[in-house]
Ligand binder design. Structure first.
Ligand SMILES: Cc1cc2nc3c(=O)[nH]c(=O)nc-3n(C[C@H](O)[C@H](O)[C@H](O)COP(=O)(O)OP(=O)(O)OC[C@H]3O[C@@H](n4cnc5c(N)ncnc54)[C@H](O)[C@@H]3O)c2cc1C
Ligand SMILES: *[C@@H]1O[C@H](CO)[C@@H](O)[C@H](O)[C@H]1NC(C)=O
Length: 367
């Protein structure tokens, strides 16, 4: 059992920052050590690139479902009570085409595409779409209220919340687990290292995790506005492409996606894919442009490709003793790092409590 409450959180993506915040709320002394911080744009730093919204993909009666549920409650509170967090409500409209069966997208999104998802009673206003509401080549669909997060504003807000509670940030590239143990800002012994390294968990020296793999997503960010967030089960442009739109809070622009390309490390923008993404977006959300207008009427802020830190077989959230260092792993959030963030952080904090011999939180986490 550890004799102090000094924790090092490795990683300052949405997973690391949320974990650090929950640990600070529990009364731990936390140093956040990371190679990349909010404000950076680096292809291997995923969080600033995300949409991001709450569109659960977890299956019923799994720990992932619990993470999504816990996170919904937290994000709902932030959307209604904390404007500076950069989160707002937006209805989600999910379309299904009968011809999309057993593709990578439909398997990944089977919960979101379901008529009777487990979250039906959790969100507000869940209902099936009626015939007049079905667009394009869709056959059915659902609608519910959800949230959309302005990633840039939200990550910066998390940094501020951590600092307010005494969290200290250090920028370092960690080469080996053992080193992180020396980096608590007090200079004291470290009771536990929480490993929130995302995609780079596959690239580090030492114990590399071969199950972590990128899933490429290409995005067009535009100034045009939409009335709701849209998703559809598939496209006619191949199994790896998809269509979804969301408008970020606080002037963050409208995110148009995209693609879901497993094992693809390429962060160069594919221009022909961009054109397909924009065309499909206008077909799904015609209000983006004036009647009769095409993709030339999209006011593009930037386009980019980013990498979701997917872990084959699921997130790694467990304890491990590496040499003398107690580690809690918390990485591999793939395409759901925001919508599962509070749940993943809460489960990790419970493992830290275990490492430190604590029974429960000192300051009850405000969810
Ligand atoms: C196009 C796109 C759209 C997305 N949309 C959504 C969405 O709508 N909803 C949703 O929930 N999710 C979405 N995601 C997924 C989400 O972005 C990720 O799951 C999430 O950002 C992962 O966060 P993370 O903290 O694990 O990793 P990251 O944000 O990559 O952070 C990793 C951190 O670890 C640090 N690090 C790594 N290795 C080291 C080292 N050796 N030494 C020091 N520091 C290190 C990095 O510097 C960084 O600070 C989307 C992703 C993409 C690409
Ligand atoms: C985090 O996990 C990865 C993958 O297992 C590993 O390479 C890295 O050393 C770990 N870092 C820490 C601080 O435990």
């Amino acid at each position: 059992m550890a004799s102090n409450n000094n924790i090092v959180v490795l990683g300052a993506g949405v997973v690391g920052l949320t974990t650090a915040l929950l640990l600070l709320q529990r009364g731990y002394s936390v140093t956040i050590v990371a190679a990349h911080m909010p404000g950076d744009t680096d292809p291997y730093y995923t969080s600033p690139m995300a949409g991001a919204n709450w569109w659960p993909v977890s299956l019923p009666n799994t720990r992932e479902q619990d993470w999504d549920r816990i996170t919904y409650l937290a994000l709902d509170r932030l959307a209604s009570e904390v404007p500076e967090a950069g989160i707002h409500y937006q209805d989600a409209i999910i379309y299904k085409r009968n011809k999309d069966q057993d593709t990578v997208m439909t398997q990944w999104q089977q919960t979101l595409l379901s008529d009777e998802p487990w979250f039906k009673g959790l969100v507000r206003g869940f209902r099936k779409l009626n015939k007049e509401e079905i667009r394009g080549d869709a056959d059915s669909g659902t609608r519910f209220q959800s949230v959309c997060i302005n990633a840039g504003v939200y990550l910066a807000w998390l940094v501020g919340e951590c600092r307010k509670r005494g969290g200290v940030f250090k920028r370092r590239m960690v080469k080996h687990v053992e080193e992180a143990g020396e980096w608590h800002h007090t200079g004291g012994k470290v009771a536990c290292v929480v490993n929130c390294t995302g995609l780079l968990a596959s690239k580090l020296g030492g114990v590399m995790d071969a199950k972590v793999t990128p899933t490429r997503g290409q995005i067009v960010l535009v100034r045009n506005e939409i009335e709701a967030m849209y998703d559809i089960s598939g496209t006619d442009d191949g199994d790896e492409e998809c269509t979804y739109l969301m408008m970020r809070a606080a002037g963050g622009g409208t995110v148009i996606g995209g693609s879901y390309q497993k094992g693809n490390w390429d962060t160069n923008v594919d221009q022909s894919m961009n054109n397909r993404i924009m065309k499909r977006a206008i077909a799904l959300a015609p209000e983006l442009v004036k009647p009769g207008q095409g993709i030339e009427a999209l006011d593009v802020i930037r386009t980019y490709a980013a990498l979701r830190p997917l872990r084959i077989g699921g997130v790694r959230l467990e304890r491990e003793k590496i040499g003398k260092t107690e580690v809690v792993h918390n990485y591999g959030a793939g395409g759901f790092g925001y919508q599962a963030s509070y749940g993943m952080a809460e489960y990790s904090a419970r493992l830290v409590d275990e490492v430190c011999g604590r029974k429960g939180p000192e300051e009850k986490a405000k969810l």
